[in-house]
Design a protein around this ligand. Structure first.
Ligand SMILES: Cc1cc2nc3c(=O)[nH]c(=O)nc-3n(C[C@H](O)[C@H](O)[C@H](O)COP(=O)(O)OP(=O)(O)OC[C@H]3O[C@@H](n4cnc5c(N)ncnc54)[C@H](O)[C@@H]3O)c2cc1C
Length: 441
């Protein structure tokens, strides 16, 4: 078959794969989407249980801008409130005002700022260093470093400074956007999207029937091209160019491959080159999410409560119903505890009952009557929750983000690009990758 009539293979029918397939189809390319599991959606799926509680992977929302662009604006509910707090020294401190007002933190931040303004100041060498430069050592030691370590499972001085850029919008901008949100009674998106600018007119929304609605809208255009329960076994490379994929033992010649597979998995499946071998060391942080169903509402001081002290095995509690009341029946709520772990370690291996019990016991420090409110729990384990930017491979990570070494093999999505991408960023970055692919064909 002539190369230009060969299909483009898309690996994975999560959000990134569906966006890629839809964009390629719109540009006239024949496309086959291979999805390992029996359903589309990947991480962007919602589940509803028999008691009327809805769960996403962690807590998910999108923006009115993305929903509008997909023609789903009218079918989404507006998120009215979003806020965060940090728990230490036995009480909650609002973010960012409560931290800014703390005299010890603000004095230490001022000292760092002053030192940073001196000529010849070196650039940061680690995430700890970058936090200290921006926020001072007091806040770094008590809050930022313990949180990033619990989240990543890596000491903050072995993490790349870029970790900080991924998770922080400036305090001043955060304050302005929070105020805009309060005045408009909408949860203005802060630190959500990096491809498009933040503004007071971009706020969070949630599809009325859950994330599945968003995925279904994207899948509509490419339904005929999707092959479910079809894990890709190999990507065949000749002369440093992707030429075929192997699925169910059959080699299928292709003109290109868009891969949303986790990047550290590529050395295992890509055959005919050693150019990707070092990607095997890139690490994702597994997580256990314990969703505790409870009686009552607004049990936490805010939607998200960060818990940096070592007494807590979870580093974050989220009460999504404070933002999205429709996720639980009236008068009931769900609090999600995030626990970083490694596959097979003590946390990963606990039974659902044991881990729920541990979470409830520790939650009592924040909600003293937590135990009497518990209605049940749902535990989710995921091996690939967050890409971890370790200093040991940071230079390589940045290099492949600029130029991927195999022609016709295009990494897409959160795991494919090894980046902390939310759905709006995944959308725009994938559209851009399709543009580049089409230009180079
Ligand atoms: C805890 C958490 C909270 C989040 N919250 C938000 C939020 O509030 N808002 C937001 O916009 N985003 C959020 N995100 C991010 C969002 O979920 C992702 O950006 C998006 O779902 C990524 O889609 P993807 O297609 O890149 O990856 P995935 O959804 O992982 O899709 C990859 C697909 O590839 C398939 N696959 C794997 N191996 C193979 C194989 N060998 N062959 C074929 N198929 C294969 C998988 O089954 C999967 O379907 C959150 C993510 C996490 C982890």
């Amino acid at each position: 078959m002539a190369r230009d009539t060969l299909p483009v293979a898309v690996l994975g029918a999560g959000w990134a794969g569906l966006v890629a397939a839809s964009e390629l189809t719109a540009r006239g390319y024949p496309v086959i989407v291979f999805e390992a599991s029996p359903a589309v959606g990947g991480m962007a799926q919602s589940f509803k249980d028999d008691d009327g509680f809805s769960f996403d992977v962690g807590a998910h929302f999108i923006t009115n801008r993305l929903a509008g662009m997909l023609g789903l604006g009218a079918e989404c509910r507006t998120v009215r409130h979003y806020g965060e707090a940090v728990w230490f020294d036995g009480r909650s401190h609002s973010y960012p005002y409560g931290l800014v007002k703390n005299p010890r933190f603000s004095a230490s931040a001022l000292r760092s700022r002053f030192a940073g303004l001196r000529p010849g100041t070196r650039s940061a060498t680690s995430a700890r260093d970058e936090f200290a430069k921006r926020y001072g050592t007091a806040l770094t030691d008590q809050v930022a470093a313990p949180l990033v370590e619990a989240w990543s499972g890596t000491p903050a001085d072995e993490l790349a400074p870029s970790v900080v850029n991924k998770i922080s919008t400036s305090m001043l901008k955060t304050m302005y956007l929070r105020l805009a949100g309060r005045l408009s009674n909408r949860a203005v998106a802060i630190g959500y999207c990096r491809e498009l600018p933040e503004s007071a007119s971009v706020w969070h929304v949630y599809p009325a029937s859950g994330l599945g609605q968003l995925v279904a809208r994207m899948a509509e255009n490419v339904q005929e091209s999707i092959r479910l329960s079809s894990p890709v076994e190999a990507v065949l490379v000749e002369d440093e160019r992707a030429v075929a994929v192997r699925v169910g033992g059959e080699d299928i010649a292709v003109s290109g491959v868009f891969s949303s597979l986790p990047i550290h998995f590529l050395p295992k499946v890509v055959q005919g080159t050693s150019a990707l071998d070092d990607l095997a060391e890139f690490r994702f942080r597994p997580m256990v999410f314990v969703n505790v169903k409870m009686d009552g509402r607004q049990l936490l001081p805010n939607v998200v409560l960060w818990t940096p002290e070592p007494a807590f095995r979870f580093f974050r509690l989220t009460e999504a119903t404070t933002s999205m009341p429709w996720l639980a029946p009236d008068g009931k709520t769900v609090i999600t505890a995030d626990l970083g772990c490694e596959v097979g370690d003590e946390i990963w291996s606990m039974s659902n009952e044991e881990i729920t019990e541990m979470v409830i016991t520790q939650m009592e420090a924040v909600i003293p009557d937590a135990r009497t409110r518990v209605l049940g729990s749902r535990v989710m384990r995921t091996k690939l929750a967050y890409p971890v930017f370790e200093n040991s491979y940071e230079a390589r990570r940045q290099a492949i983000a600029t130029e991927f070494p195999i022609e016709g093999l295009v990494p897409i999505g959160r795991n494919g690009e090894f980046d902390h991408l939310l759905m709006e960023d995944v959308y725009w970055r994938t559209v851009r990758s399709v543009d580049v692919f089409a230009r180079n064909e």
